[in-house]
Ligand binder design. Structure first.
Ligand code: C2E
Ligand code: MG
Ligand code: MG
Ligand code: MG
Length: 287
């Protein structure tokens, strides 16, 4: 195509772009309002002990219930929040809401002292020293034990991170909260960094287990990753388990913890008591 054609094309699309920009700034305003006026919700997805079937904890996953557009998923609005400078406010809301929810479950004797809540934090949160203060304040205000709070950070956020990020990571670690690398296997996966970072666990991305049960070569790969993670002194959580067969293979390979639609989809907080009750029942049924 000639240069002139290209320019024409651009010209034709301009009104559309303007519309997109207007919609986008409206959406940013809506998001700002949602963060401040309870328009966001946290759903919770169980992390399961593969051997006992018990719930080790839950991961908090944010949803936006938009007044006219309905439910919007985080992959769509987290990037928007990042670009619009709203991510710190959002991150703080998620942190506070999730830890307060854990406090409520503890107070209702639904969970005990080793049940954890996992919270996804953005690279921007990690870069802000205010975030460490926020974590410290939330722990103080709720009286929740720091080791019952686990922060999930993506590999990219951690590895791309500069000295300040390392400092923040150490600062968060210093508060006693757990740190987990999320989506492990999708980013850099440089093996050497795994040993140096102040983290406790890695959550292996679901792309690594999606072939379990169909691809005969996949179990060996999972075993190798498990060995690698353990050689670095860490433990692995396996996300995206969708079938009983996948859960069985993971268990046979010696994996300890997993998460996925097979165990439970992310659910609103009111559904968690029933899941905890189910777990107790099935634990009783076991020999
Ligand atoms: P993530 O932290 O890796 O979360 C796992 C995602 O996989 C969730 O999507 C979850 O619903 C989905 N999932 C769980 N089990 C299965 C399964 O068996 N199969 C399949 N296909 N998917 C499964 P969700 O809730 O849409 O979240 C997407 C991403 O958005 C998260 O990925 C996380 O990076 C980000 N996110 C979610 N909540 C927050 C938050 O509060 N703060 C920040 N900064 N990011 C968040
Ligand atoms: Mg996560
Ligand atoms: Mg993940
Ligand atoms: Mg993800």
């Amino acid at each position: 195509a000639s240069k002139a054609e290209g320019q024409n094309r651009l010209h034709r699309f301009e009104p559309g772009l303007l519309l997109v920009r207007r919609l986008r700034s409206q959406l940013v305003e809506d998001l700002r309002a949602a963060i401040r006026n309870d328009g966001l919700m946290l759903y919770y997805q169980p992390v399961v002990d593969l051997v006992s079937g018990r719930l080790e904890g839950v991961e908090a996953l944010v949803r936006w219930n938009h007044p006219t557009r309905g439910f919007i998923m985080p992959d769509e609005f987290i990037p928007l929040a990042e670009e619009a400078g709203l991510i710190s406010e959002l991150g703080n809301w998620v942190l506070r809401t999730a830890v307060q929810q854990l406090r409520a479950w503890i107070d209702d004797s639904l969970v005990d002292g080793d049940f954890s809540v996992r919270i996804n934090i953005s690279a921007t949160d990690l870069q802000s020293l205010q975030f460490i203060e926020d974590v410290r304040n939330v722990l103080r205000d709720t009286g929740v034990k720091p080791d019952q709070v686990v922060l999930e950070l993506t590999e990219v956020a951690i590895v791309k991170g500069n000295e300040l990020d390392r400092y923040s990571l150490a600062g968060l670690r210093g508060l006693g909260v757990g740190i987990e690398i999320d989506d492990f296997g999708t980013g850099y996966s440089s093996i050497s960094y795994l040993r140096r970072l102040p983290v406790d666990r890695v959550k292996v991305d679901r792309s690594l287990i999606s072939g379990l049960g169909t691809d005969p070569g996949q179990p060996a790969l999972v075993a190798a990753v498990l060995q690698l993670v353990r050689a670095c002194g860490l433990e692995a959580v396996w996300e995206g388990v969708e079938t009983a067969e996948q859960a069985d293979i993971l268990r046979e390979l010696g994996c300890l913890s997993a998460q996925g639609y097979y165990f439970s989809r992310p659910v609103p907080p009111d559904d968690i008591p029933a899941l905890l009750a189910d777990q107790q029942e099935s634990a009783h049924r076991q020999p």
